[in-house]
Design a protein around this ligand. Structure first.
Ligand SMILES: Nc1ncnc2c1ncn2[C@@H]1O[C@H](COP(=O)(O)OP(=O)(O)OP(=O)(O)O)[C@@H](O)[C@H]1O
Ligand SMILES: [Mg+2]
Length: 455
């Protein structure tokens, strides 16, 4: 058998008789490296990096004292604190062996060496060392696949993480583009948390959720008596975010007159409250996001080009989930673990059929839809295995193989949208929530498929 395939075992022992005995007994299962003193032990350890070391405490130049052995132990552990060092000690030296365990040795063994017992102990050491190495591998993998709570392993998301790192250190405005549910708000928060402004407020405002006539006072604030109902002076969101970050969500929905005012604020860093006469200086960083096609909006005159270019100095384009390859499964597993723990249902996993369905689904609602499906499945699944049906995904697209990916995707999208509308009696908000998409996205999808609005 090829010696290289066997796990390496470092034997630090100065007694020739025991060395010979051990070599005989252990060569079958291990690749033993024999050394007789501290210097040789350290050199061999650095070179071979064995997971396990058998260490005799009584080493030259003072074989009668545990001093050299303990010093060797300390040096080995300083090089690799995970090394499993097993102490071999004489009958009357149990206190020394215990002291060694106190210093970080994994276990001890008394002479005369009983080979079967020693083999058993060694086997366990290697098993544990393997488990630890595997755990560390997974941990470091996870560390590179998450960034500020954002999960993403593929090159596209790694590129986004790079952009976030870079822009966080500046005060320049950032424009985040991406379909509904791709993580735009999470990205904005990550930029804030990574910036020097992190201890100041992060203020989010959804521009599409505020009635047009209120948006100006919401953003810029108002003076007392500036309009009916303005009973007291009120600071706007831009001022509330002083020193921090203002997240302008759905920036594409801001009415044109307000766009002019936003542009002025971005250029001059001054604002005027509604009904106010004085200019107020503000130090607020703006991060904006939209899932709308701003180029189209500029073409039809509903979004100002000058504002776009001011905002879009730095753009972050979040890819749709279907463009992220293996991230879908990685995200699904992350959510499964999180919701499993939250619901006290641990140890859950996906069936192979569910994994296939996750990969094939077009994810019109992106990460938000995935999160919702996994959350529901954790609650609804009968056992610990989550199948495609628990995720309410089609197990098999049937004829999909012969159609193009786009056709298949559109067919499934249309089916899902039609279904959700039917279930909700045509109510847009309910159907949008079911699908995990925003109302504007649902309207877009309905337009695309020529579905009637009944609301
Ligand atoms: N990369 C990611 N890793 C982990 N969770 C994510 C990731 N991207 C998004 N999420 C989660 O998905 C959900 C949607 O994310 P977020 O609200 O940031 O998206 P959005 O683009 O702002 O969506 P919308 O357009 O609907 O407003 C959130 O619950 C968020 O925590
Ligand atoms: Mg959002």
């Amino acid at each position: 058998m090829e010696n290289n395939a066997k796990p390496k075992l470092l034997l630090v022992e100065d007694d020739d008789e025991i060395r010979t005995q051990m070599r005989w007994a252990l060569t079958g299962e291990y690749d033993p490296i024999l050394v007789g003193d501290r210097a040789a032990a350290i050199a061999a350890f650095r070179l071979h990096r064995p997971a396990v070391v058998l260490l005799d405490l009584g080493l030259p130049p003072e074989p009668a004292s545990p001093k050299e052995g303990l010093a060797t132990l300390a040096e080995l552990l300083a090089i690799d604190s995970d090394a499993k060092v097993v102490i071999v000690s004489g009958q009357g030296e149990k206190t020394n062996a215990l002291q060694a365990v106190g210093l970080g040795a994994y276990d001890f063994f008394t002479k005369p060496v009983e080979m079967e017992e020693l083999k058993f102990l060694l086997k366990r050491c290697y098993q544990i060392a393997d488990l630890e190495r595997e755990y560390q591998r997974v941990q470091s993998l996870l560390a590179t696949e998450t960034f500020e709570d954002l999960v993403g392993s593929g090159p596209r998301m790694q590129h986004c993480f790079d952009s976030i790192r870079k822009v966080a250190t500046t005060d320049a405005p950032v424009l985040i583009l991406g379909e509904s549910g791709t993580g735009k708000e999470m990205t904005a928060r990550a930029i804030h948390r990574r910036s020097a402004r992190k201890d100041q407020p992060f203020v989010a405002i959804n521009c599409s959720a505020i009635p047009e006539n209120l948006i100006e006072s919401e953003l810029f604030g108002h003076e007392k008596g500036s309009f009916t109902g303005a009973h007291a002076l009120r600071k706007g969101r831009i001022e509330s975010a002083e020193g921090g970050t203002l997240f302008l969500d759905e920036i594409g929905e801001v009415p044109l007159p307000i766009q002019v005012k936003l542009l002025r604020f971005l250029q001059e860093h001054y604002i005027e409250r509604v009904g106010g006469r004085q200019e107020i200086s503000v130090n607020t960083r703006v991060v904006a996001a939209t899932n709308a096609d701003l180029k189209k909006k500029m073409a039809d005159g509903s979004f100002r080009e000058d504002l776009f270019y001011r905002l879009a100095v730095i753009q972050i384009n979040l890819p749709a989930l279907r463009e992220r390859d293996d991230d879908t499964v990685l995200l699904a597993k992350t959510f499964l673990q999180r919701f499993g723990t939250e619901n006290r249902r641990t140890g859950m996993s996906f069936t192979p059929e569910a994994i296939r369905a996750l990969r094939e689904h077009p994810w019109p609602g992106n990460v938000r839809e995935l999160q919702n499906r996994v959350r529901r499945a954790v609650i609804m699944a009968d056992g610990k295995r989550i199948g495609a049906s628990d995720l309410e995904l089609a197990a098999d697209l049937g004829t999909a193989a012969r159609t193009t990916l786009r056709e298949a995707r559109e067919r499934v999208e249309k089916e899902l949208v039609t279904d959700a509308l039917r279930r909700n009696g045509g109510k847009i908000s309910g159907a949008a929530a079911d699908l995990g998409v925003s109302r504007p996205t649902l309207y877009e999808l309905m337009d695309k498929f020529g579905l009637q609005k009944t609301e």
